[in-house]
Ligand binder design. Structure first.
Ligand SMILES: Nc1ncnc2c1ncn2[C@@H]1O[C@H](COP(=O)(O)OP(=O)(O)OP(=O)(O)O)[C@@H](O)[C@H]1O
Ligand SMILES: [Mg+2]
Length: 360
């Protein structure tokens, strides 16, 4: 017997973009991939953009190897997946938005290389650019379009970076610092010269060239940022908060929920991953150890009572959580598996076993 997933399916069918956010290590990447596999098995052409998937999961998605190019999952052709790798995504971005000659100049620029590898928010930014690219309605290339895109995110704070990234880069490009570097006369030009003496003029020249190239692209960055911000607030975009049913993790999830709210982002659904999921129709009584039997029977009763006690406690915690951190389309339990997810069928099966919290 399985639980009824029809309301979950209806919700999923209405989404075009799902962003999985949550504290570290709770199963965001697994849930994102499982959502993708489940949606694809329901006939939606789906793309999962993952970040740093566990090795088994990467191979389940056909993503072995280092490239971050989009690949069709052989075992489920409606599903495609890509890993987001900051450096190569940046290079692709530069190639998409500039002429070949311009792109070569930027890609070879040492300041650009350092920037694309190390800028703390660059990952978030490039994830947004990638999202903008794969969800675009009008395309001038022949890259495929998708019914659903599922975006995985790095742990908590970076998930918020992703929300803030488009606006931040647009602001950065507008800020004085760029102009300061680009001035050809006046005090800042003199300062740049001085800086050149300190750092070596070729280093400073590279930096100036890099800012010059960015400044030329300013308008494009700004308009894509606007479109991405709008996309994240579309009716068909859903934020899914993934968490584990443990007290400390729930506290981190609560903070994240508040930070999303303060950015006027509603959480659409909450996934309690690695939860104990009872069989349909059963309840979770905390059995009082029965009397009688031998020593072994008594020991088993004690263990059972303890496990039931822990599960009942976890369910209580989850129910308390949803009274304080609401979601528009319910809270769902994803069962704990004995081992890592190894293939697409297991991924599909994981999402197919969701249970509404209201059922336990
Ligand atoms: N329902 C589950 N049952 C059993 N194992 C699971 C389940 N969900 C996730 N795992 C395992 O837990 C580990 C962490 O999962 P995952 O990488 O998806 O978490 P994450 O939230 O993306 O982590 P990070 O914040 O580091 O990106 C993996 O080894 C994964 O296989
Ligand atoms: Mg992850």
């Amino acid at each position: 017997m399985t639980h009824d997933t029809s309301s979950f399916d209806t919700w999923l069918d209405g989404q075009q973009l799902i962003v999985a956010v949550g504290p570290g290590g709770v199963g965001k990447t697994t849930s994102a991939a499982a959502l993708g596999a489940y949606a694809a098995s329901r006939g939606k052409k789906t793309l999962v953009l993952t970040i740093d998937p566990a090795r088994r999961l990467a191979s389940a998605l056909g993503l072995d190897g280092l490239s971050d190019a989009v690949k069709v999952v052989p075992a489920l052709p409606a599903l495609s997946a890509a890993m987001l790798d900051t450096k190569s995504s940046y290079d692709d971005l530069m190639r998409r938005i500039t002429t070949a000659e311009h792109a070569d100049r930027i890609l070879e620029n040492p300041a650009y290389r350092a920037f694309s590898k190390t800028m703390s928010q660059s990952h978030a930014y490039v994830a947004m650019e990638r999202l903008h690219y794969v969800t675009r309605k009008e395309r001038e290339d022949d890259a495929p379009t998708y019914d659903l895109v599922v975006l995985d995110t790095p742990p908590t704070s970076s998930a918020l970076d992703i929300l803030d990234a488009p606006g931040r880069l647009a602001r950065f490009l507008d800020e004085r610092i760029v102009e300061w570097f680009l001035a050809t006369e006046g005090p800042s030009a003199r300062a740049v010269k001085l800086l050149g003496r300190a750092l070596g003029s070729s280093t400073v020249e590279e930096i100036v060239k890099f800012f010059q190239a960015l400044a030329d692209l300013r308008e494009g960055f700004a308009s894509r940022a606007q479109e991405t911000i709008a996309l994240l607030r579309e009716e068909t975009t859903a934020f899914v908060l993934v968490t584990a049913p443990r007290t400390t993790t729930l506290a981190a999830a609560k903070t994240l929920h508040e930070e999303l709210s303060s950015r006027e982002i509603n959480v659409d659904a909450i996934f309690f991953n690695r939860a104990f999921v009872p069989e349909p129709g059963t309840f979770l009584p905390v059995h009082a150890p029965e009397e009688g039997g031998d020593e072994l029977a008594a020991a088993l009763r004690t263990v059972r009572a303890e496990v039931y006690g822990q599960n009942a406690h976890a369910i209580g915690e989850m129910k308390k959580f949803v009274t304080r951190a609401s979601s528009q389309n319910g809270a769902w339990l994803l069962p704990e598996r004995d081992a890592d997810v190894r293939d697409v069928d297991e991924l599909k099966g994981l999402m197919g076993s969701v249970v509404p919290l209201t059922a336990v």
